[in-house]
Ligand binder design. Structure first.
Ligand SMILES: Nc1ncnc2c1ncn2[C@@H]1O[C@H](COP(=O)(O)OP(=O)(O)OP(=O)(O)O)[C@@H](O)[C@H]1O
Length: 229
């Protein structure tokens, strides 16, 4: 269980009141997907930054199966984040960008290379493995980023509008990849406003307003709740 309790944050260079104070509380079980929506500036990226370890909270706790995550640097939290863009290393070819998910030192075994090729074929990128990110479309780049994140098989997956701008066929293929990750036990937090993405993936839906995401105030979407997790 990912448990975020009273995680409080304030951007330093501003006086209290100049920007919102953020306060986050929620629980997310393995195999569950919680979608988070909210108006621009509500604090969605701030929440992801706190969870991933790019921002440091003033107080509160963040645990995974009871283990303190706040004490760990980002790379030791078991969290993978996929942003809307800028996820790839520009100088590395597609296969190596994906391969980083399996071998962070870029020394892939023969078997790992085969898994990368199979994954690329699965997301419709089989012929593009030697291209550089700049030689891909936006949707193709996003598929590479998601494939890498999914091969990494982190227990916690943070998705920040990862499907926006993609066509329906591509999107539904990527939903399948995320569903498989859920079925393997990943806890997924999906920042999205897209009804279709939320319907396809979320077990519960929350709304962030004025810097607050609180499980006590969680607005649960009726259709998502009816589907169960
Ligand atoms: N580095 C920063 N320094 C100071 N304030 C910031 C900083 N980053 C964000 N903010 C402020 O914090 C608030 C939340 O920003 P955040 O980026 O988390 O919102 P968001 O919900 O992700 O918005 P969007 O949907 O537009 O991406 C905004 O009022 C923003 O202006």
């Amino acid at each position: 269980m990912l448990e975020c309790r009273d995680l409080i944050f304030h951007y330093d260079r501003f006086e209290p009141g100049e920007t919102p104070d953020f306060s986050f509380s929620f629980r997310l079980a393995p195999g569950e997907c919680l979608s988070v929506a909210g108006p621009s500036g509500a604090g969605k990226s701030t929440l992801l930054g706190l969870l991933a370890g790019f921002l440091e909270p003033a107080s509160g706790s963040l645990t995974w199966h009871g283990q303190d995550l706040l004490a760990r640097p980002p790379w030791e939290r078991g969290i993978t984040t996929v942003f809307q863009e800028h996820n790839l290393f520009d100088q590395l070819p597609v296969w190596l960008n994906v391969g980083l998910g399996l071998a962070p030192d870029m020394r892939l075994t023969r078997e790992q290379r085969a898994r990368v090729q199979a994954g690329l074929a699965e997301v419709g990128l089989a012929g593009l493995h030697d291209r550089l990110p700049a030689e891909l479309s936006g949707g193709q780049r996003q598929r590479v980023a998601l494939l890498r994140a999914l091969l990494r098989a982190s227990p916690i997956l943070l998705l920040d509008e990862p499907f926006s701008g993609l066509d329906e066929v591509t999107r539904s293929g990527l939903w399948d990849l995320v569903r498989r990750q859920k079925a393997a036990g990943a806890a997924v937090l999906l920042v999205s406003h897209d009804r279709d993405d939320i319907e396809a993936l979320a077990d519960r839906c929350a709304r962030l307003d004025s810097g607050r995401l609180d499980s006590g105030r969680l607005r649960v979407d009726a259709s998502a709740q009816a589907r169960g997790s």
